[in-house]
Design a protein around this ligand. Structure first.
Ligand SMILES: Cc1ncc(COP(=O)(O)O)c(C=O)c1O
Length: 345
């Protein structure tokens, strides 16, 4: 029986070839490959300037720092997301206000609106699975209320509408649609903050300005969040074939959607009655599924469980389906047939 995994990293031959060249050339640290990757990413997705960093989490850490989120600031953020969205807020001692999820697993915009106060400093929007429903409305609301908007776009590559907020944070982690092994991209709307982000990703120095330890005074406490040339070589090789990767994912999305799944370009999810039973049944048929992200308020770190109506309703009913280059169209149809078959049992 052929096994279908829930996630499988896509690494193109060009990525392998690029990486071998970099590994042999003697420059592994941040260098020309990172610069090239930034330029090609910006040009491919239509941005003026981007900052390559070593993870989506680092991009979020920098975004929160550049946004000036400090102790006690209220930040509205989705309860259903990767913990990486919210852990950096804890570190900053921000006051996390969890917004409920909606039935498509993106944030419930009405709940976000209800939770805005005069003290709301920022709102985090997560493109859950690559789904951008709600972003347009939040852009409008945050503009009117002078609130900072941050897109956690970790899962977004391949989606059509993103990169519109004050800060946008992309993940290039192993199983993402576009991977550099591990990596991230930070997009800042404001040019000064972009320049500050560039300094903060490498201790506080702007390498483009030839600032160097010893020669240049250090004025800001930066991080070591820069991308290296090995990651950039992988990213460049995969970026070269990204249209093909996305096209396949979108074709799979169509099939899953036809059968009632909630389709985003990074993963498809489905609301099902008996999640545990169905996942076991699919596993016996060689199909791996998963839950992957859990409501963040279940962790003590975030203060413990709250009453969130829709999250409470669906927390045991959402499930992720395999969506990647190793899943054929026939596989997707078969997975949907198996789900139907189980529901009839
Ligand atoms: C919604 C979300 N935010 C943040 C991250 C963190 O990205 P990274 O793993 O690149 O640090 C992820 C990673 O999967 C994610 O799914």
């Amino acid at each position: 029986m052929r096994k279908i995994k829930l996630f499988t990293p896509y690494v193109s031959w060009r990525a392998i070839w690029n990486t071998i060249r970099v590994l042999r050339c003697g420059q592994l640290a941040e260098g020309p490959q990172v610069k090239k990757f930034e330029q090609e990413f910006a040009s491919k997705f239509g941005f003026e300037r981007v900052l390559a960093v070593n993870s989506g989490t680092s991009a979020l850490e920098l975004a929160y720092e550049l946004a000036g989120i400090k102790e006690g600031d209220e930040v509205i953020t989705p309860v259903l997301t990767c913990t990486a969205t919210n852990i950096p807020l804890i570190r900053r001692k921000a006051k996390i206000i969890f917004a409920d999820t909606d039935y498509d697993l993106n944030v419930d915009i009405e709940d976000v609106k209800r939770k805005i106060t005069l003290n709301t400093k920022a709102i985090v929007f997560v493109h859950y699975g690559g789904n951008n429903r709600g972003l347009e409305e939040l852009i409008q609301i945050t503009k009117e209320r002078n609130i900072i908007l941050i897109e956690d776009a970790a899962q977004v590559v391949g989606s059509e509408y993103w990169g519109k907020a004050d800060f946008t944070c992309v993940s290039l982690q192993a199983i993402k649609t576009l991977t550099s092994g591990d990596g991230g991209i930070l997009i800042c709307k404001n040019e000064e903050l972009h320049n500050k982000g560039k300094r903060l990703r490498w201790f506080g120095y702007d390498r483009d300005q030839k600032q160097k330890m010893g020669d240049t005074d250090l004025l800001e406490a930066g991080y070591k969040y820069h991308m290296n040339d090995v990651s950039a070589a992988i990213g460049l090789g995969n970026l070269a074939v990204i249209d093909k990767i996305i096209a396949h994912r979108k074709a799979l999305m169509k099939i899953y959607k036809k059968h009632g799944a909630i389709a985003g370009v990074w993963f498809c999810s489905m609301l099902v009655k008996d999640r545990k039973g169905l996942m076991k049944f699919l596993k016996e048929k060689g199909v791996e599924t998963g839950v992957h992200h859990y409501r963040n308020d279940q962790y003590t770190l975030f203060g413990g469980r709250q009453v969130l109506k829709k999250m409470d309703e669906i927390e045991n009913h959402y499930m992720l389906l395999p969506l990647h280059h190793k899943v054929s169209f026939a596989d997707a149809e078969r997975i949907c047939d198996l789900i139907k078959q189980y529901e009839k049992i």
